[in-house]
Design a protein around this ligand. Structure first.
Ligand code: ADP
Ligand code: MG
Length: 679
């Protein structure tokens, strides 16, 4: 039972089955103190009377308990016969429970009650643990209390040698951590709230620290030990594009990241870098210059995008930049025709194609490279871990890997879910961008919104209308979109206005044509589902109207909004909602209206949703903490990261005497899911 329901297999697991919280029964309350705000209380008093009242469903047992300050009513609706056996009028009882008021009198329904021992004069001498348990276990009569008893028995048996310290002593001292044995012993039945806090701090730190040690070992071993192809020089390709064809000056952040990439790839070890940049920060050009660096050193590159539209856009954009240069670039997606496909596969094999841009079609087994040196994964969050792993198998010496994220990831999340990667942040937007103005409008104001849209179109701007993908039903989404399309058409009739529509059900050729018409400015309006979400770049588009905005997540809204504000013109994002939206949805919309900063939005998203739901991290075992939380324990995480990094930098094999206990611990710990390489 314990095994199946709580995954408790060993004594160790039982020890680590931490209480959710503690109930402080070390103090006694007075009945007079009870007020409508009171939550749980513990009182000691004398039983005045009890009686069974009502019948059938309404049958209940009601008792009166008195202390020196007042009278408290106790009530039971179930197990009446059993409770009655323990009640004796005139005896003293210790009662604990959640207070409420009934007919204006304080009451506890289903209190915990036990004979009052005078040893408890000041309450119990430890806090009582409340364990997470399951309905099934409860149904079999095994509740948190029994678990507590079992744990209590176990704790009285364990010795310090059973739980040797696993954090190097210098760290324990420096951070004033409680030692490991004490922490485990006291976490279940601490004598005070203060002691409990000390235990929790120690155990949280331990969890974070061990995780950080593992991640840093992977990261630094790769940096120092693994083999990687060497990009030793910057050559013709890179320099020509840089000096002749770059349409703008690079931002400081772009230059810095390129320098980091150059460093990484020149040392003979594999690069595995996560590049975070807010939407519009200019990641594509960094990708291109990195690919040219690979080409300068005789290596092929591959750029993977999560959707076909995005792959095509990249292909078109890069081809344009490269058109005066002797660089062969090809597109490979699921819809590439057989003949072209054969040509591309051959070109990759004989190295006449330098760059390939594609969707996950690129990682199919049939795709072989002569000389793959660099893999860039754009808008990483849509790519599964397994898909990426496949790429690494394509070369004997693994290619360098640059993962570019669509949406910024909060630092704490990056440190945990991607802590084995090196990471760069592009926190600077190209100059001249005007901040996007975001507003919230109710559907009832649609006519006004449409008027505004019309004035923008009259100025020569282009407009997006975005409809939600309804997850449960593709059909519903489709109908929603079609209705929207008709509505938009009724406001903006042809021939004066021209509309493109793109959605998931279209054949990719049609998608492509519609997209292309919008990109070229032939159509002024784009009606679309979220397929447009990532990467698409139409600088002349200045307004985005998001329909049913309450149905979108924060990072998705931010990502969508990033499609406007890419040109010189002032841009707007209008979030349309019905009048009824949940509290969470309203909060998301408020945040969107308040800031354009993707990093701030990502932090908020993490706070609202918790780490489990953030896209792309779900499969990652790195977030399965028992105690620590990356939302609430940022400071501890930073400390753990710093200490772990320092230790691994100094002693990568953990062979120094002071790190031996740690090493032994890591060896002994069973390999848990998800601790393999993330990339
Ligand atoms: P993202 O980081 O969202 O992928 P892109 O690479 O698509 O951003 O770049 C967004 C837009 O900014 C593109 O039109 C690109 O040409 C432009 N851009 C990129 N870098 C600069 C720069 N340093 N100066 C001016 N414009 C730039
Ligand atoms: Mg991009």
């Amino acid at each position: 039972m314990l095994k199946k329901e709580l995954e408790i297999f060993t004594f160790g697991d039982l020890l680590e089955h931490y209480p959710n919280r503690h109930i402080d029964k070390t103090k006694l309350n007075k009945i007079r103190e009870i007020n409508p705000q009171t939550d749980f209380i513990q009182v000691a008093g004398t039983l005045l009377s009890y009686e069974t009242v009502g019948a059938g469903h309404g049958k209940r047992l009601v008792a009166q308990l008195r202390d020196s300050t007042g009278i408290l009513e106790l009530a039971w609706f179930q197990g009446i016969n059993w409770v009655v056996k323990g009640l004796h009028v005139g005896s003293d009882y210790l009662v604990f429970g959640k207070t409420g008021f009934f007919n204006g009198k304080p009451q506890i329904v289903h209190p915990e009650i036990e004979p009052y021992l005078h040893a408890y004069a000041e309450g119990k001498n430890f806090l009582e643990p409340v364990y997470p348990t399951t309905e099934k276990l409860k149904a079999r009569g095994f509740n948190g209390r029994q678990l507590g008893k079992l744990t209590y028995a176990l704790i009285s048996l364990i010795q310090p040698k059973d739980l040797p310290e696993n954090i190097p002593e210098e760290v324990v001292k420096k951070l004033k951590l409680m030692n490991r044995f004490e922490a485990y012993r006291n976490i279940h039945f601490p004598a005070s709230v203060e002691l409990s806090a000390e235990c929790i701090r120690r155990l949280k730190f331990e969890e974070l620290f061990i995780a950080q040690i593992r991640l840093n070992l992977v990261r630094l071993q790769r940096q120092k030990v693994s083999k990687g192809v060497v990009f030793e020089k910057v050559g013709e390709y890179f320099n020509t594009l840089y000096s002749k064809y770059l349409p703008f000056e690079l931002t400081g952040a772009q230059k810095r990241v390129l320098k980091e990439i150059r460093n990484d790839t020149g040392r003979g070890h594999q690069m595995n870098r996560l590049l975070q940049g807010d939407v519009g920060s200019g990641k594509t050009i960094v990708a291109l210059l990195s690919m040219l660096l690979a080409a300068d050193n005789g290596y092929q590159s591959c750029l993977m995008a999560p959707t076909e539209i995005l792959a095509q856009q990249h292909y078109i954009g890069l081809s344009e930049l490269l058109k005066e240069m002797p660089v062969e670039i090809a597109l490979l997606t699921g819809s590439t025709k057989a003949k072209e496909r054969r040509r591309v596969l051959q070109g990759l094999l004989d190295d006449t194609i330098h760059f390939v841009v594609g969707t996950h079609a690129v990682i199919e087994d049939t795709v072989q490279f002569r000389n793959l040196g660099l893999v860039i994964v754009d808008e990483q969050h849509r790519f599964g871990v397994a898909q990426r792993a496949k790429l690494w198998e394509k070369a004997i010496i693994p290619p360098h890997v640059l993962v570019m994220t669509a949406t910024p990831i909060p630092r704490t999340l990056a440190m945990t879910a991607y802590g084995d990667l090196d990471y760069s942040v592009m926190d600077e937007l190209p100059p001249g961008r005007q901040p996007i103005t975001t507003v919230h409008r109710y559907e009832t104001a649609r006519a006004n919104v449409m008027d505004f849209v019309r004035t923008e179109i009259d100025k020569g701007r282009q407009i997006y209308f975005i409809y939600p993908l309804i997850e449960e039903s593709e059909k519903l989404s489709y109908e929603d979109l079609m209705q929207g399309y008709e509505q938009v058409k009724s406001f903006f009739p042809e021939p004066k206005f021209r509309i493109s529509m793109v959605h998931g059900r279209q054949p990719s050729e049609q998608k492509e044509t519609n997209m292309q018409r919008f990109v070229s400015g032939d159509t002024q309006i784009m009606v679309s589902t979220t397929v447009i979400e990532v990467g698409v770049n139409v600088p002349n588009a200045s307004v985005m109207v998001i329909e049913s905005a309450e149905k979108f997540g924060l990072s998705q809204l931010h990502q969508l909004r990033g499609r406007v504000g890419r040109g010189k013109e002032k841009s707007f994002c209008i979030l349309l909602t019905g009048v009824k939206a949940s509290k969470e949805a309203r909060e998301r919309i408020k945040i969107m209206c308040a800031t354009n900063d993707g990093f701030k939005i990502a932090e908020k998203d993490l706070e609202i949703r918790g780490p489990g739901d953030i896209e792309g991290t779900r499969q990652s075992g790195a977030l399965n903490f028992k105690m620590a939380s990356i939302v609430n324990d940022r400071d501890l995480l930073e400390l753990a990261r710093a200490e772990a990094e320092r230790i691994v930098e100094e002693d990568i094999d953990l062979t120094m005497a002071k790190n031996l206990m740690l090493k032994n611990f890591l060896h002994g710990q069973k390999t848990k899911n998800g601790w393999g390489k993330i990339s």
